[in-house]
Design a protein around this ligand. Structure first.
Ligand SMILES: [Zn+2]
Length: 785
């Protein structure tokens, strides 16, 4: 096919997709936002059912690893040798296998050093310059050899962060392939060159903290929906990984403490008898027990052991393996019970984190496991570890978090809650994506969004006043208010997202919380969300599997919700555009005559009459009272016996139902709503009555289906209404609340008064829009993931 045809087809294809997304019925005010997602999702098939469950012939690959690795503390280097057993469970014959060499993100010759734009500034930091000139270090993976199980060399090709290994004889469906890779790399200083793993150097005691991640050549995912996921690692979009069993021997200096994915097999050879005793105590302890104490860590920090020790770890059915190694670590542990199964909650931290981590970390780990197990699936692994490493990054059973105290042992409120939040978040990642194993390189929201949503629930269960930054609807408003060209849909590939934090963490978390609290209700949502977690635990779900399961298990049509919140950039801005008040004419003189008198008095305001009275002009009938008669004195609004009798006669002629309207539902309010933001949402109203009482009611989003921009609805009330307010509990992320009340509320904005003064040049006085952008753009605090 020549290039021109290809690009024409591409244009055509994209145009169709885009119009299918927003314009099923172009130019119309209906038939768009509530259309079913249809072609926006992949077709159901034998691998993935239309219900959102794995299909009858669902398959996934498996990779088992046996790894020997040595950490060289003097050279800050990793040297490893691995035997991989790859199981081809797919129906496809494979002639090659793709592995991920993530550490090549730091290869000075790699594309990753070239693909980020840069700008000169008046003040350049060292890291700004490093981004422009390169780090100049010999970083990246050195592959020593790749052989089959018998030691015969295999052909391989390295393309940036991916390595293709040729399978000598086609790997047929149902077959397995054993091969070996030997490699090494220099551990990067993650505090300067960046990265999710690496070393941190502590000059004050001349020691390193090693967080070793993405460190071994790892199998890429081969799947029914995208073949090999071999999109290059740029350091941004995270990982797509295959489940398997690990046996890992980690050799490190004898005075190092190691924590890792899985269970250690040889503590009895590694720990002192006192430490081993504490480890045994921790198995039943209700509070964390220090297995390696602060005093022992401080002692170890003073010297450097020449001898080595080998820690043996085993982990079943995990998608990855990471570890921490240092002589600077305190280690504590306690048991927590997850539906009758013991799980060891543990923490590793240096002296600078001791005041915070010793008090909170392991208890937060246990709390997170409890909360997430309740909302998704029971935590299936035997351990869960939190390591203090001044960052935020997740792996199976182990994660790296921040939270260091001041030199005097005190800490700020922000550090405390930031730490608790990040530990909940990173431990929470055990569930998404470590167990519900989505493709992070493609869809960041599938793990970050779901996890941030559950983080919010766990934070509220920790402390109902927890200062959560993501989850409450109104917290997403500043992001949603940005100009349209600065927003991208949640369903955007990880690499192409500009505002990573709001787009992939906060917006989906907010959307799910709205789904739970406002659209579906807790009962229907929780059941469906747990069903999704159960269906896809230890499997590879796609967005369609999530969208379909949430509907399938709840009988709530949610296509409009996914379309609006996940596929689009529309925002919520519903306005009460007008309200008209109607009263039934009761014909009852006792009611109607009072009303009639009031109306007449209002209508009698007449400028000419008023000025004549003020001028004291004497009228003819006043000057000559003989001109007056009965009609000058008659009270036409007086309730008389005859008018009452007439009403009673009329009333008695009515049916029971008609009579009831005279005593109840006497007040009718026609309210006009406008959908200014574009995102259709339920309408939540709070009525305030003349007697001071209030009432809330919720109208499902479906009210917009015949007209997506404007609806009117009549409300019959038994009491007179004083005012009505839209979204009184701020649960829809409405970006403009000034049009949410009728009559309009006038909430004053504050301004400050200064003495006359000359502002510095370039000062704008108001909030700098660039600052706002930067806040919105920020990744999670301290670069957590
Ligand atoms: Zn995360």
């Amino acid at each position: 096919m020549n290039k021109q045809i290809v690009s024409l087809l591409l244009l055509f294809g994209l145009g169709t997709a885009a119009s299918a997304q927003h314009q099923n019925n172009p130019g119309s005010n209906h038939g768009n936002k509530f259309e079913q997602l249809g072609t926006l999702m992949h077709d159901p098939n034998v691998y993935r059912s239309a219900s959102g469950a794995p299909g009858p012939r669902y398959w996934q690959q498996r990779a088992d690893y046996e790894i020997d690795v040595e950490l060289d503390d003097a050279k800050q280097q990793i040297t490893g040798s691995e035997t991989i057993t790859y199981f081809n469970n797919s129906p496809d014959p494979l002639t090659y296998i793709w592995l991920q060499l993530d550490e090549n993100e730091h290869d000075p010759k790699g594309d990753n050093q070239k693909i980020n734009g840069s700008q000169m500034k008046e003040k350049m930091s060292v890291s700004d310059l490093r981004n422009i000139t390169g780090h100049g270090q010999d970083l990246g993976v050195k592959i020593k050899k790749v052989t089959d199980g018998a030691g015969k060399a295999l052909q391989y090709t390295i393309n940036q962060t991916m390595m293709r290994v040729e399978v000598p004889n086609t790997l047929k469906p149902g077959e397995r392939f054993r091969f070996k890779v030997d490699w090494s790399y220099k551990i990067p200083d993650r505090m300067t060159v960046g990265g999710r793993g690496g070393l941190e150097y502590f000059a004050e005691d001349d020691n390193y903290l090693y967080t070793i991640t993405q460190w071994y050549p790892r199998l890429a995912v081969y799947s029914d929906f995208q073949g090999w996921q071999n999109k290059q690692f740029t350091g941004s979009g995270e990982f797509a990984l295959t489940f398997g069993n690990f046996k890992v021997n980690i050799t490190a200096p004898a005075d190092h403490v190691i924590g890792a994915t899985g269970e250690c097999q040889n503590y009895s050879q590694l720990l002192t008898s006192a430490q081993l005793k504490r480890w045994n105590q921790a198995q039943t302890a209700k509070a964390p027990v220090e297995i390696v104490t602060l005093a022992e860590a401080r002692q170890a920090m003073k010297a450097k052991a020449q001898k080595k020790k080998t820690w043996t770890y085993a982990a079943q059915n995990v998608r990855d393996f990471a570890f921490v190694s240092s002589r600077r670590l305190v280690w504590d542990a306690m048991a927590t019970n997850i539906e009758g199964k013991k799980v060891m909650a543990m923490s590793y931290y240096g002296p600078e984190a001791y005041p915070l981590y010793n008090k909170y970390s392991t208890k937060v780990v246990a709390h997170t496991l409890q909360s997430y197990s309740k909302h998704s699936i029971p935590y299936p692994y035997p351990v869960a570890i939190s390591v203090e490493a001044n960052n935020g990054m997740e792996y199976p059973m182990i994660c790296f978090n921040y939270g260091r105290a001041e030199k005097d042992g005190t800490y700020s409120e922000a550090t405390k809650y930031g730490m608790i939040g990040v530990i909940i978040h990173e431990v929470g990642h055990n569930f998404f994506p470590m167990i519900v194993n989505s493709d992070e390189r493609q869809w960041t929201w599938m793990d970050e969004g779901l996890n941030t949503f559950l983080q919010y629930l766990a934070e509220l269960e920790w402390d109902v006043n927890f200062p959560s930054q993501r989850g409450p609807a109104h917290k997403i408003v500043d992001y949603m208010k940005l100009p349209k060209d600065q927003l991208e849909p949640i369903m955007t590939n990880s690499e192409n997202i500009i505002r990573f934090g709001p787009n992939a963490y906060a917006k989906p978390a907010t959307a799910l919380n709205i789904l739970r609290e406002t659209v579906m209700g807790r009962e229907l949502f929780d059941y469906a969300f747990k069903e999704y977690s159960r269906r896809w635990a230890f499997k590879h779900p796609t967005p369609a599997d999530f969208f379909r399961t949430m509907e399938d298990a709840s009988a709530v049509d949610l296509d409009w919700f996914w379309r609006g919140w996940f596929y689009g950039t529309d925002v919520v801005d519903i306005s009460i555009a007008g309200m008209r008040y109607f009263r039934l004419d009761t014909k009852n003189p006792e009611t109607e005559n009072i009303q009639a008198r009031n109306n007449a008095e209002k209508e009698a305001r007449n400028i000419s009459q008023q000025r004549n009275r003020e001028a004291g002009i004497k009228t003819a009938i006043a000057q000559d009272t003989s001109l007056q008669d009965f009609y000058n004195k008659w009270d036409r609004y007086a309730v008389t016996a005859s008018s009452q009798a007439e009403f009673q006669k009329f009333y008695n002629s009515l049916s029971k139902e008609q009579q009831a309207f005279y005593t109840t539902k006497n007040y009718f309010y026609e309210v006009e709503f406008k959908n200014i933001g574009g995102l259709v949402m339920p309408i939540i109203l709070e009525w305030t009555y003349a007697d001071g009482s209030t009432e809330t009611e919720k109208i499902p989003a479906y009210i917009w289906r015949k007209n997506e921009v404007q609806v009117t609805k009549v409300f019959a009330k038994s009491k007179e209404v004083k005012s009505v307010k839209l979204d009184p509990f701020r649960e829809t992320a409405d970006i403009d609340e000034t049009n949410n009340a009728w009559p309009r509320e006038h909430v004053p904005s504050k301004f400050e008064l200064f003495k006359e003064q000359r502002l510095p040049r370039g000062s704008s006085g108001g909030q700098n829009p660039m600052q706002l952008n930067r806040q919105n753009q920020s990744n999670p605090a301290s670069g957590t993931n």
